[in-house]
Each structure stands twice: as C-alpha cells, then as structure tokens.
Design a protein around this ligand. Sequence first.
Ligand SMILES: *[C@@H]1O[C@H](CO)[C@@H](O)[C@H](O)[C@H]1NC(C)=O
Length: 432
Amino acid sequence: MAFQKKVLLMCFAVSLAVAGRAPQADQIEILYKTLGGSGRISTNIIEDASLDVPGLILKYNYPLEEHTVTTMDGYILQMHRIPHGRDNHNTPGDRPVVFLMHGLLSSSADYVLLGPGCALGYLLAEEGFDVWMGNARGNYYSRRHTSLNPDSLLSTAFWSFSWDEIGNIDVPTMIDYALKVSGRERLHYIGHSQGTTAFFVMGSLRPDYNAKIISMHALAPVAYMANNQNLLLRFLAQFGNNIEFALSLIGVGEFLPNNNVMTWAGQSICMDEVVFQPLCSNILFLIAGWSEDQHNATMLPVKLGHTPAGSSARQFVHYGQGITGREFRRYDYGTRLANRRVYGSWSPPRYDLSKITAPVFLHYSDNDPLAHVNDVDRLFRELGRPVGKFRIPLTTFGHLDFIWGKDAKTLLFDRVINLIKSMDVNNFDGRI
Ligand SMILES: *[C@@H]1O[C@H](CO)[C@@H](O)[C@H](O)[C@H]1NC(C)=O
C-alpha cells in the first residue's frame, strides 16, 4: 500500500495537451481517398477520423486535460479529462466527477467521437460534471510501460494481461487518481461492455473500492456470457482448453488476428448482409455487430478511424473461457499447476458478485449479441446491490449503439444523466 501511494504521487502529472493522430488515421485516409474521391465525404468527417482524442476535444473548443498515471505493475495509462462544459457550466469549479470506461478494442474516443450534442462525454460536461475518461493498458493511449516494451519481438511480457488486470489494477488506479486531483471522495462510474466487466472485477476483488462509487451505470453489461451470440468469440471459445492454439490464431501477445481468421470471420458474419465493405474487415464490428437503423453511416469513417484501438489476445481468450465455462471466473492459465501458482487453487476462482456493494444500474437491450437478456438477468440477481435494470425500448438496439447509436441520447444517455443527478441529490453522506 505504501508502495502504491508513492508511485501515485510520483506520477502525478498533467501534460499540455496537443492534437495527434487517431489509431487508424492512415488507413482511413487511404481508404477514403481511393473510395470516395473528393467531395463525397466531408473534410470535416475525415478530420474527425484522423484526429486523436485530445485533437477532437480541442477542435470542438472543449476544455481538455491529459493525465498520466503509472500502475503499481508499471503500466503508464493516459486519461482524458473534460473538467467543465463549453456552453453551459462553462467555468472551472468543483463539480461531481463521472468516470467513463471504454469497451474492448476501444478507447476514450468512444465518449467523444459523435461530437458535441451527441457524445456522452460532452453531454455530461454540459450538465455540470467533471468528466474523466480512462484508457486500459495496451490500448493506443496506454501502450507504455516503465520497463516492458509492447513492440518487443523477443518477449510478449507487456501483453500478459486480460481484463482481470484492467479491473483489478488499472481501474482502481485511475479512480484513485481522479479522486485525488478533483479533491472528491466518491464518483459516478459509467462503463460500456468491457468497461462494465472491469468494474465487476474491481468490485469483487477489491471490495473497498465500492465505497468510492456513488453509482455505477453498466451500458451493455458483460459478466456472464453463457448465451453470447458472437460467432468469432464462440469460434475462439472452442479452443478454450488449448490456449496456445487459440493464441496462435489471434496473436500471442497483442491481439493481431491472422488473415485466415479475419477472412473466415468476415465471410461468415457478413455473407448475407448488404453492408459497406469496411465494416466486414473491421474486427470491432465483426465482434459487436451493428444495427442498420441505429448506425449513422456518415459517421462510419470516424468510427473506423478510432477503432480498433488495441488490446491483448488474452482479453479475448478470457471472454472465450466465459462462454465455454458459463461462469464469471478469473483467467484460466490452462493447467492446474499454473492456476495453483497464481490463485492457490486448481481452477480459477469465481468473481464474487455479492461483494459488489456499490449501487449498480444495468442498461441492456434485446438485440445485443454480447449481453444476452438471460445473462444480464443472472448478473442482476447476483450483484450485491442491484438498483435498477433498464431495457432499451427499441428491439433493434445493438451492442455498439450504447455508445454510438443515432438515438443513444434519447433512449439511454438522458436517462443515465437523470439517474446520476438523482443519486447526487440523495447522496447519503451529503457530499457529492
Ligand atoms: C449523422 O452524423 C452526421 C455527421 O456528424 C450528423 O450531421 C447527422 O445529424 C447524424 N444523423 C443522425 C440521424 O444522428
């Protein structure tokens, strides 16, 4: 603990934010130059596709801070903060903190790329919140370590983590940092997909963190995956016990699926769908799916410019294990001996959801291949303090629509913001 504190203080760093490039900016510019020709896609859209998160926020004249924090195991994580609004609540001041955590293959871009008036990060800032957006180890903004090299050809040590480490180490480290800088004692947490998984990991493995959460909003909650409908994850899940083989298909350290897997996935998932080709070669859409009526085609270049933002192969293998095993467990190292070395038991322990005593709200839908209604129901029953369960009143609403849907504001964000405000008013210790 003392060690952790020291690290935290050492790395207390705000840097001057400058615009940079989005993770897939090069590909997008080439793709749309050959595809669209001049004029068909607005330069404004191409610019949003190419700018990184600080670049986007600065472009739209919102206040931005870039923060760097180092975890106790050496990962250097970058957080993006919008401390106040642009049009409303637009002066610096003491505000309730909302922490936003992205999903698999994504980044803090999830919460800004739809732009002002639509994206959740900006909406919260306009509503008077101090908005902090995390980035998990291994993604584009957090691809650094005090001693390990993510690009090393000799060692994949940098990538030996799953979402267990993201929930057990990254999220608590970023929460402590945001609370320290803002001077608050507690915050609201909003996660999407893996951002919810990581929260459930934290709440069960480090239950003392529940006291730091005023409310938690899980958008497309993923814990149990017994009913997961995704073909690619199910395909990987078949090799659940043969971890080496699964990893050879999707990258031994960093997630870099080989061409055969991508071709197979693209063909089997996109075969009967009349969709724009880039969707079928983007791994995020292959995994999460899309719904035609919620997908804003104008914004496609921007979504493709910012994803995939990077992850470890183990994050996928760990989800695959949840599909095969039908339980929410820690990462299975593949042999009884290896598990015993790490956990002291032959098989990986289950995450004890009853230990999650923070108030949790689940937001889910009928058409989410990754968060099936039955799995969400089971999660809700087993949580320590489930408060609300909200089904999106639109059957076609899919997994990515929880962050990017055309109607996400009216169907989801407005409700989440109202719930957060009501939790603040009723805050028991009188301090927001
Ligand atoms: C789709 O995105 C474009 C570009 O940001 C925006 O102008 C338009 O209003 C969006 N359409 C809908 C229905 O949200």
